[in-house]
Write a new protein. Structure first.
Length: 277
């Protein structure tokens, strides 16, 4: 099955005033309301990891998102606690995207997000040592980087390595040069958001007819694989995938985009969410 949706720009609400009791119980059982209270940013200890440029952080939840005001001054090896005073209900935090307005390079080591409902925090680790800068001539630096969270396995068994292999359609204009995608894998034991967006540093991913492999270590063991989804965070250069192969531990499954769904943040040319089952 192929499921695709597109956002209308309207944020869902976590307020259920004046609703019938039966409907209220359904909504409360399926919607988790939560607000961000603080963000702790740890900068790397490399000689060029600090920056004085302005950084903008956007927190994405499964209900809505929150854009934080631009902040300057993340020095090397520093730990900054940023209080969030006016966060909307975002639901469960899933990703954080950081953007820069300058060319002074910055490398985050870890970002921890705390909410009203979860004092343990959601940890976003920069495991691939992605760097942020408007100057992209080195290939390992980008104007935007996206980090996505996952919790350590508890009842799902030992962590496993997951790989997602995509083959882009060979049709005209099927490839993309600018698309920030975050995948999620669904299995018999539940679903897990991959730790980072799909991006192989130093390689042009998603070219027409090309096969790309993305590897994620230390992921929760979701068991036999049922579905895979892709969420577009940024990028308006449309992409049409032909097939997707997902392997987590000893489990593997192949999926095909039989309805020729096109992914893009520009909703006039595609959708920003695709789920294949």
């Amino acid at each position: 099955a192929v499921v695709s949706t597109q956002s209308t720009g309207t944020q869902h609400s976590c307020h259920f005033n004046m609703l019938p009791i039966a409907l209220l119980l359904v909504l409360l059982s399926t919607t988790r309301c939560d607000r961000v209270t603080s963000v702790v940013v740890e900068t790397g200890d490399g000689s060029t990891d600090g920056t004085t440029d302005g950084l903008t952080m956007t927190i994405y939840g499964n209900v809505s998102d929150h854009v934080m005001p631009k902040i300057h001054g993340f020095t090397r090896s520093s730990l900054r606690n940023l209080n969030v005073l006016s966060s909307p209900d975002i639901g469960t935090p899933e990703c954080i995207v950081i953007s820069t307005d300058g060319t002074d390079k910055w490398t985050p080591a870890k970002i921890t997000l705390y909410t009203q409902e979860d004092s343990r925090g959601y940890v976003f680790r920069n495991t691939r040592v992605l760097g942020l800068s408007n100057n992209e001539d080195r290939g390992v630096w980008s104007q935007h980087i996206a980090l996505c969270t996952y919790r350590a396995p508890t009842t799902l068994g030992r962590p496993v390595t997951c790989t997602i292999t995509t083959k882009t359609s060979s049709a005209r204009h099927a490839g993309s040069n600018f698309l920030h995608l975050v995948p999620r894998i669904y299995g018999r034991n539940g679903g897990v958001v991959m730790g980072e967006m799909m991006d192989n540093i130093g390689r042009d991913d998603f070219e027409a007819g090309q096969t790309d492999v993305f590897t994620y270590d230390g992921m929760e063991n979701v068991g036999p694989i049922g579905c895979v989804s892709f969420n577009v965070l940024k990028g308006d250069d449309a992409w049409k995938v032909w097939s997707v192969g997902v392997r987590c531990g000893r489990y593997y499954r192949a999926f095909y985009n039989t309805k020729d769904v096109v992914l893009s943040s520009d909703l006039s040319e595609g959708v920003n969410f695709l789920k294949l089952c």
